[in-house]
Design a protein around this ligand. Sequence first.
Ligand code: XMP
Length: 513
Amino acid sequence: MAKELIIVLDFGGQYNQLIARRVRDLGVYAEVYPSSIGLEKIKELDPKGIIFTGGPQSVYKEESQHIDPEIFNMGYPILGICYGAQLIAYELGGKVATAPVSEYGRTEIIVDANAAGLKDLSSSTIMWMSHTDYISEVPEGFAITAHTANCPIAAMENAERGVYAVQFHPEVQHSVEGNKVLYNFVYGACKCAGDWKMDTFIAEQIEKIRAKVGNGKVLLALSGGVDSSVAAGLMSRAIGKQLTCVFVDHGLMRKNEGDEVESIFGKNGQFDLNFIRVNAGPEYFEKLKGIEEPEKKRKIIGEQFIRVFEREAKKIGAVDFLCQGTIYPDVIESGLGKSAVIKSHHNVGGLPDTVDFKEIIEPLRLLFKDEVRKVGLELGLPEYLVFRQPFPGPGLGIRIIGEVTPEKVQIVQDADFIYREEIAKAGLDRKISQYFAGLSNMRSVGVMGDFRTYDYAVVLRAVETDDFMTAVASEIPFAVLQTVMNRIINEVKGVNRVIYDLTSKPPGTIEFE
Ligand code: XMP
């Protein structure tokens, strides 16, 4: 079990979970707590060190979040970042003022060679800045350890007291040597040994889940995606058959995907749990007959999901908990608190109003996607699942433009399978952010073996993106595209044309509908 804990005190900045996550990456468990947590609770948690995050406020405003200065006398090493740095200066008798020049983004930092908190950094290094206030005078006992062209105190420390402050953001990717700053704090100032790994997280979560669930029953809607699969694996390790997973196969999955999910979680799979697969394809196709309008299709698919899930849940009866694979980015995207639930329900189609349960369990709530993947691998889930492409809840239903029919689904499944196979062969499968084949609703004339054809056009899509909000088309080597085209035309019946979609987002979206 992890003994070492770094507390990240949240002063309202945007990168708070990222700070915790960077510290975890260094092998020390870190968790974010509200800045109002109180000294008693901190004592109880007994951390190895405390990090104050950034925040949008100004320390001089009364309504800003402050901290009981007694915290500096408790003997815990403290690192302040941005607002956190200014707060340290303010509380310990230094001065904070509005900077004559605000700094945003990439900034060159000049580092003092003797700085304990900035040990092993280059004398000049690039860090990410984002501030309008700055420390104008250090508190007594503090040394200035870094500056920039516009910021005379970019870092300060009182190593004897174990208090460090940096105006820049060491946690963001663009801060080239930011990790060293966190490393120096965690291993230097806090003297951590680094006892945290994914297997520790799993062991701890399993204990927590067991303590919470007791003898209760848990229901989980398994989509076959990374998050719900990892949640299912983790829950099964913790409570075995007290967990029931309902997998609604809407017939709009990619080729073989339904069977793959069953082979992992079903009767002969590696996990101990109750697994129910509902082959709901026919009822989905029935509802989708003749429907062309994208929003209508999405709505029908979502509603149908609820109906099928509800039917299965009724058979199971009342459960104590509903488990969801909500991960941290979902929590951010939907705002904090209750709304977090809405997004993940939206992902699976919208659940809880219709299902009888007492409480929600979200065992992955604090993890980022790549951490979830690590947990998945640690649990023994196959790589093809753990590194699975993002796949929308409505499935191939929104990758087929216009009416969805079993025949069209078959075409997309086969074409997409070939596309994925060739992309993997070319070694591009983990390099491209997202790629898939879809079906245009267009048919055109072609010629095959001296005969006229009048068949569908498959559209290949591949995009590069960091956040899926904006994207550009991937530059897939032409030879790879040609191989994919040849194979699709030769192997997939009903297709006589293959098109590569060059549209970026915006104006296009990543999916077709
Ligand atoms: P768009 O098409 O909006 O897609 O550019 C952005 C990302 O979101 C995925 N996506 C969905 N995911 N339910 C989901 O869980 C949905 O209804 C949905 N629609 C789009 C899409 O695959 C891409 O990664």
